[in-house]
Each structure stands twice: as structure tokens, then as C-alpha cells.
Ligand binder design. Structure first.
Ligand code: SF4
Ligand code: SF4
Length: 100
């Protein structure tokens, strides 16, 4: 069962991004992402909103598939900057690996 941590979005902001809570889950980013992979990056942003840190760590390998092409950020209607959110998640995961 996933553990929920409402403070996670705040914690993640330390790694460079505080826009994930702007997302309203429209799915535009997942539709345009060239990875065409199970609602990526929307799914990761939803995990942040839910505070499901363990889900992000379990699926961390998906983050390294991102091409940083910027298409998701360009088309996001909420300015949630999903491309930068993914980059911030990578920093978070690396910091977590270093701690463990
Ligand atoms: S396009 Fe923006 S608002 Fe829509 S799901 Fe992606 S991050 Fe959220
Ligand atoms: S920056 Fe990454 S998540 Fe965004 S559209 Fe490109 S490959 Fe997909």
C-alpha cells in the first residue's frame, strides 16, 4: 500500500521545482510526450500531488527515459512545467539514493 505524505510537494521544491501543485491532471503532457508511456509525465506529477513518494521511488527508472525535449512544458495549459518537475524528481531520487 502506498504511503501518503502531504508535505512531499514542499520537500520536492527544495530540489528545484514548486509547480507540480498547479497541475489539474488534464493529460495534455502525457498525450504529447514522445515516450507514449503509461501517462508519463502526468502520472509522476499526480504522485507528487498525492504525496506518494514511495511510488516515485518504485518507478524511478521511468524518470531517466525523459528526453528533456520540453514538449510537455510548452503545451501544459496550467504552467505546471512538467519537464522541470521531472528534472526535480531526478534530483530528489539521486539525493534519496545517497541517503540510503
Ligand atoms: S499538461 Fe500540465 S496540467 Fe495537464 S496533466 Fe500535464 S502537467 Fe498537469
Ligand atoms: S520533456 Fe520528458 S516528459 Fe516532457 S515531453 Fe519530453 S520526454 Fe516527455
Amino acid at each position: 500500500m502506498a504511503l501518503v505524505n502531504p508535505e512531499f510537494a514542499i520537500e520536492l521544491a527544495k530540489h528545484g521545482n514548486d509547480t507540480a501543485l498547479e497541475c489539474f491532471n488534464c493529460g495534455t503532457c502525457a498525450a504529447i510526450c514522445p515516450l507514449i508511456s503509461e501517462h508519463f509525465p502526468r502520472r509522476m506529477i499526480r504522485y507528487i500531488q498525492l504525496g506518494a513518494k514511495d511510488r516515485i521511488l518504485e518507478n524511478a527508472q521511468d524518470l531517466w527515459r525523459c528526453l528533456h525535449c520540453g514538449l510537455c512544458t510548452q503545451t501544459c495549459p496550467r504552467g505546471a512545467d512538467p519537464g522541470e518537475v521531472i528534472l526535480g524528481l531526478k534530483r530528489f531520487v539521486v539525493a534519496d539514493w545517497r541517503r540510503s
